[in-house]
Design a protein around this ligand. Structure first.
Ligand SMILES: NC(=O)c1ccc[n+]([C@@H]2O[C@H](COP(=O)([O-])OP(=O)(O)OC[C@H]3O[C@@H](n4cnc5c(N)ncnc54)[C@H](O)[C@@H]3O)[C@@H](O)[C@H]2O)c1
Length: 445
C-alpha cells in the first residue's frame, strides 16, 4: 500500500520487488560500494558511514523519545532487494576490478568472490577526448552519439528484463571528465538531441548515459564533478519523465571536513586569511586528475564551498579576500589511501593570527561507498514520491555532494549541518511529521 500523507495529499509508493542499480564506471568507488552491500547482506560487515542504514531521525518533542531509524521511517528499498550492473572501458569483472583498485583486502573480497565475479561490465560509451589519461578497448561503436545513447537505452531495458528489477537507479561512478562549460546545445532537450545526432563535442560520455537514463524514466545521481546533468536540457528531461537528478561530486573527505569546520569558524565570527589544501592520491582517479583538464573540473568543485559558507559579502572584515588553494598530486605508492593536509590561517580577537593544521589519512573509496548506497536508496525514494519525482533536482540530497545542484538562481547550501537538517526535514515533511526548528521555548513555559 502506498504511504499517503494526509496533510499534503502526496504519497510514496511501496518499495516492492527488486531495485536495479546501474553504475557507469566500475572502478574503486563502484566496486567498494557493491562489495560492501554484499558483505553487509552476508553479515560479514556493518554499513558504517551510511545514514540510511544506521541513522535515526528525531520526531516530535525531545520529551517524546521517538527516534526511529531512517530506514524504518520512510519506505526504502532493502539491501536484500538490490541487484547490480555497470559499464566500464575495461573488461574486468567486479572481483578483478576490486582487486585491482586495492581498497578492500583480498581475504575480504574472497568471501564474496562468486557474487562479484558474476557482475561483468557492459561495453562503455567512451571517448579519450574527455578523459585523456585512460584508454580501454571495451567500448561501444556507433554512427553518432544518438546511436550510442540508443545502445545504452537497450542495455537499460535488457538489465531490467534479465534481472527482474521492478525499478532502476543510475549512479555515475566513472572518471572525472575534462572541464566543460554550458553552451547552446545544453539549453533544451531539443537542442541536446540535435547535438547527439551531430556529434556535438560539448556532449561528454557522462551526458549520454544521463540522457539514456532520464529518457527511460530512471533517476540519475552524479558522483563526479562533471557537468553531466547540471544543464537545462537535463533538468527539462528529468522533470518531464519524473526521473529525479542529483549531483555533483561525492563529498567524502577533505571537503566534508571543510564544510564541518568552516561553519564552526563562522558561527563564532572567527576570521580567515587563507586555507591551503593539498592531497596525495595514487589510485586511477588520482592518475586521471593528473591531467590538467580533468583537474580543472575537480578544482572548481572543491573551491566553491568556502565562498558560499563564509559569505564574504556579508562579513568583509572577516572573510574578504581570503586565499583558497586546492592541490591534488598523483603519488602511486599511496594508492586509494589518500592523505590530505590543510593549513588554515585564522584570525581572532583584535586581529591576532592563529593556525589550524589538519592531516587526514583517509581511504577515499571507504568514505565514498556509503554515500553511493544512500544516494541510490534515496533517489529511488524520490522517484516513488508523488511530491518529489517531478521536481527534477533533489536539492535535499546536497549533504552528499561537493557542488550541490540547485534551481537556477539559487546559491547552493554547503554547510553540512544545514544540509543534514534540510534532508531530515524533507523526510519529516514527506511523512506528515512536524518539522523541527530547534526553537524549543515551549520546554520553559
Ligand atoms: N572519495 C572518492 O573516492 C570520490 C569522491 C568524490 C568524487 N569521486 C569521483 O568518483 C569517480 C570514481 O572514482 P574512483 O576512485 O572509483 O575512480 P576509478 O578510476 O577507480 O574508477 C572510475 C572508473 O570509470 C571508468 N570509466 C571512465 N570513463 C567511463 C565511461 N565513459 N564509461 C564507463 N566507465 C568509464 C574507468 O575505466 C574506471 O574504471 C571519479 O570521478 C572521482 O573523481 C570519488
Amino acid at each position: 500500500m502506498a504511504k499517503q500523507n494526509e496533510k499534503t495529499g502526496s504519497s510514496i509508493a511501496d518499495a516492492k520487488g527488486k531495485l536495479g542499480i546501474m553504475i557507469p564506471g566500475m572502478g574503486a568507488v563502484g566496486t567498494t560500494f557493491v562489495a560492501g552491500v554484499e558483505s553487509v547482506r552476508k553479515g560479514i560487515s556493518k554499513p558504517i558511514g551510511s545514514l540510511t542504514q544506521m541513522g535515526t531521525i528525531r520526531l516530535g518533542k525531545r520529551t517524546e523519545g521517538r527516534s526511529p531509524k531512517i530506514k524504518d521511517f520512510v519506505p526504502l528499498a532493502q539491501l536484500k532487494d538490490l541487484v547490480f550492473t555497470g559499464w566500464d572501458i575495461f573488461e574486468d569483472n567486479m572481483y578483478e576490478s576490486a582487486l585491482n583498485a586495492g581498497v578492500l583486502d583480498k581475504s575480504h573480497l574472497d568471501q564474496i568472490k562468486p557474487f562479484l565475479q558474476g557482475i561483468k561490465p557492459r561495453p562503455a560509451v567512451f571517448d579519450r577526448h574527455y578523459v585523456k589519461k585512460l584508454d580501454g578497448k571495451h567500448v561501444k561503436k556507433g554512427k553518432n552519439k544518438m546511436d550510442l545513447a540508443e545502445q545504452l537505452r537497450d542495455d537499460i531495458k535488457d538489465f531490467k528484463k534479465t534481472s527482474g528489477a521492478d525499478r532502476l537507479a543510475m549512479i555515475w561512478c566513472g572518471s572525472t571528465e575534462i572541464f566543460l562549460k554550458q553552451t547552446e546545445v545544453h539549453s533544451t532537450v531539443k537542442s541536446f538531441e540535435k547535438g547527439l545526432e551531430k556529434n556535438d563535442e560539448n556532449i561528454a560520455p557522462s551526458m549520454i548515459y544521463a540522457y539514456a537514463a532520464l529518457s527511460e524514466g530512471v533517476p540519475f545521481a552524479n558522483g563526479a564533478p562533471n557537468l553531466t546533468v547540471d544543464i537545462p536540457a537535463m533538468h527539462e528531461l528529468s522533470r518531464r519523465n519524473h526521473a529525479p537528478i542529483s549531483g555533483k561530486d561525492f563529498k567524502s573527505g577533505q571537503t566534508l571536513l571543510k564544510t564541518v569546520l568552516a561553519p564552526g569558524l563562522k558561527a563564532r565570527m572567527l576570521g580567515l586569511n587563507g586555507w591551503f589544501s593539498t592531497n596525495i592520491l595514487g589510485n586511477r582517479d588520482g592518475e586521471v586528475l593528473d591531467d590538467p583538464d580533468s583537474f580543472k573540473t575537480k578544482e572548481e568543485s572543491k573551491l566553491s564551498v568556502l565562498e558560499h559558507i563564509l559569505q564574504p559579502e556579508l562579513y568583509p572584515d572577516l572573510y574578504k579576500d581570503f586565499y583558497h588553494k586546492v592541490r591534488i598530486n598523483y603519488y602511486p605508492p599511496r594508492a586509494d589511501n589518500k592523505e590530505s593536509w590543510d593549513n588554515i590561517d585564522i584570525v581572532g580577537w583584535l586581529g591576532y593570527p592563529m593556525q589550524i593544521k589538519i592531516n587526514f589519512l583517509c581511504r577515499d573509496s571507504i568514505l565514498a561507498a556509503p554515500i553511493v548506497l544512500d544516494l541510490v536508496l534515496l533517489m529511488d525514494l524520490a522517484k516513488r514520491s508523488t511530491e518529489l519525482s517531478g521536481l527534477g533536482i533533489q536539492e535535499w540530497l546536497s549533504l552528499y555532494f561537493k557542488s550541490p545542484m540547485t534551481a537556477p538562481g539559487l546559491y547552493p547550501e554547503h554547510d553540512l549541518f544545514i544540509q543534514t537538517m534540510k534532508m531530515k526535514n524533507t523526510l519529516r515533511h514527506l511523512r506528515g511529521e512536524e518539522l523541527i526548528t530547534h526553537l524549543g521555548l515551549e520546554y520553559y513555559d
